[in-house]
Design a protein around this ligand. Structure first.
Ligand code: FES
Length: 219
């Protein structure tokens, strides 16, 4: 009897131990909601962020790339945009064929060009005018690109590594900004849009803002 009760005690102790171990294991492997949720949420948030950023970018690029550059010839006659005296006093912007045109007077001459900078659509009507190598240029207020008033060429400073010099030289990137023709008749200023058969960099932003102009006119 004594032996049996000894065995019973051992068996009971083993049972208690087993129960304890089982309980412990169950508790350990029980999913910890807070922890697993928080990690999941962090992962999901990160994943979402990684997904969203490119999605937004792609969307924007798609929207941008949906801007078509129209080379259609539109009604191209001279358009009166104001009085000579007024334009002499201050720069004027005019909408001609839904295109935003900047017209201004500088050093005895009238100039007209697309109002949105060829680089990223900066507002050229807010740019300073300066002389660079004898050429009057407008400096875009956004990233300081220089554009000649007469031809719309983009200028940049360069150093030829074969002829090192302390002072960089101004060079032309070619015509980047579309310029237009200005005439004066009887005290009025007329602008004739340039021939659109060739594509020029500033056309992209002129077309993009055309959409904005059209949608704001519909409101
Ligand atoms: S937008 Fe004009 S310089 Fe960048």
């Amino acid at each position: 009897m004594i032996q049996l009760s000894g065995w019973a005690t051992i068996l009971m102790s083993l049972g208690v131990c087993l129960l304890f171990i089982m309980q412990h294991l169950t508790r350990r492997h029980k999913p910890c909601r807070t922890k697993s949720l928080s990690w999941e949420s962090i992962l999901v948030t990160h994943e979402r962020q990684w997904r969203e950023v490119p999605t937004m970018r792609t969307k924007k690029m798609d929207e941008d790339s949906s801007v078509e550059i129209s080379n259609k010839k539109e009604d191209n006659g001279p358009v009166c945009i104001g009085r000579e005296d007024d334009v002499k006093k201050q720069r004027t912007t005019a909408i001609i064929n839904d295109r935003e045109i900047l017209v201004f007077y500088h050093d005895g001459k009238f100039y007209a060009m697309d109002c949105r900078c060829y680089h990223a659509g900066g507002p050229l009507h807010l740019g300073e005018i300066e002389d660079i190598n004898g050429q009057a240029c407008i400096t875009c207020p956004w990233h300081k690109y220089k554009i000649t008033l007469a031809t719309g060429e983009g200028l940049y400073q360069a150093i030829n590594p074969r002829e090192p010099s302390v002072t960089p030289k101004w060079r032309s990137k070619g015509v980047k900004q579309r310029t237009h023709h200005v005439t004066v008749d009887n005290g009025n200023i007329y602008v004739t849009l340039s021939d659109m058969s060739d594509s020029i960099d500033s056309d992209y932003y002129a077309e993009m803002y055309k959409k904005t102009i059209n949608s704001s006119m519909k409101k």
